[in-house]
Design a protein around this ligand. Sequence first.
Ligand code: GTQ
Ligand code: FE2
Length: 371
Amino acid sequence: MTTTPSPVTIRATDGPGQPERTPQLESLYRQFESELLVPLWAEIGELMPAEPHSKAVPHLWRWRNLMPMAEQAGSLVPVGRGGERRAIALANPGLGGRPFATPTLWAAIQYLKPYEDAPVHRHSQNAFRFVVEGEGVWTVVDGDPVAMRRGDFLPQAGWHWHGHHNRSDRPMAWIDGLDIPFQHYTDATFFEFGTDDVGTREAPERSRSERLWAHPGLRPLTHLTPTPATPLLAYRWEYTDRALSDQLALEAEGCTATVEPGHAAVRYTNPTTGGDVLPTLRTEFHRLAPDTATAAVREVGSSVFQVFDGTGEVTVGEARWTVERGDLFVVPSWTPLSLATDTGLDLFRFSDTPVFERLHLDRTYQEGPHA
Ligand code: GTQ
Ligand code: FE2
């Protein structure tokens, strides 16, 4: 008779509070294994550490390496029903080869050739696009065509129909952020196919969502009920850029406007609540003035950054990189992050912080000033 090996392996460990390793103990452990039981004392160090030790590691992906591969995918890989998107995900080296940038976040480069369509679908995952270069693609969300251009942030809440359409004679690449790993690990994922064609060839300058919602401080009286995700489908670069340059100018005039000297920052928000744009994702834009260094900060939860402009030095835990336009890097939970720049540095950031805040598991720790 063959016995199926137990998926449980108990490692005997030494140390305070650990049992003496006798043959009787080994025999008890084999009984535990065959009955699918695991004692806390063998796992406590990993399961209940004093503070988070992420399996994800700090990592940097260079835009100048990603783009040529996205272009090659453009000539080798069709975009259509089944594969759905020509999207290439960042796989954190600490996460076992899964296409996950962090335990909760998906980050991918997506590429569409001239006049290509990515078919309509919807899913429970929350998503957004951020554009570091190029233009010409309209993302069509529930039939509303939204132009994508450099610097624009385009959120798209879960369970809304969406497809993408390249209206131009040039290819375009951008990044996608989604909560795919979070919904995967928690078994919360739903998905549905829509039409193969994005349906509309309209390419309006302004989407219907912007005409309704993109007026600062003005709420349409027809839409006074708060919604869990933002109804605004495009946060345009001209507003983000001006908000950040105004913060730095106000700081120079002696007003409190920056998070620390030379460090301007904005959060993209849902105009119906003032909270985060998407239930699971926080998105921000940070601008460091020339010759600025930030204090090291640790936070519960993970982030992905993309350099939008400028150059700088990024330190994440033990890792340190010199970064430039388009580069993407990961900050795992509770790993200190500090930034420094001579030239000035513009950074887009997304994180899973809303999940932790909602569950009252959020913590932040600011270390001393950056040396
Ligand atoms: O553009 O709809 O990177 O559904 C991953 C899943 C992009 C998208 C991704 C998606 C999309
Ligand atoms: Fe999608």
